[in-house]
Design a protein around this ligand. Sequence first.
Ligand SMILES: [Zn+2]
Length: 154
Amino acid sequence: MSRLARHVAAIFLLLSSSVGAQTATPEVPTPGLNDIAVVVAHPNSPTGAVILFNPSLCQQIGLACRFFAVHEHCHVLLGHHLNPGGNTMLKERDADRCAAQNAPPQAVMAAWTLFMNGGSSSDWHTYGPPQDRARRLCLFAAQTGNWGGPFPCP
Ligand SMILES: [Zn+2]
């Protein structure tokens, strides 16, 4: 069985074991994923989507991984997976706003620190330079009192 086939089988197992009990988007560890986390459409999910994350990248970045997971949940809440295309930069900005305002403050801080140090997703051209993304996180989080870092935003 190929890695992809095993992975798809794992998603079905995960979904069938949680039918009825689960209304959130499942998070599925996906070794070798080419990003920290991504959202993909999936007809068997209660929300129509699953979130795939790379467990070793997540381990490397620690608490910041939670921010990326919330960012993907935000894409689903905002319906972005139902409507591919459109303004990708705007969608990413909206998901970052939602995540900065709803993720645990420690996770927002961890992601902010990662971006301040130049870390980012593989497709950083969509998000702009990591330091700009860090500043947006701070501004978004501060709007709702979810910011525990330095202020005014550096
Ligand atoms: Zn995104």
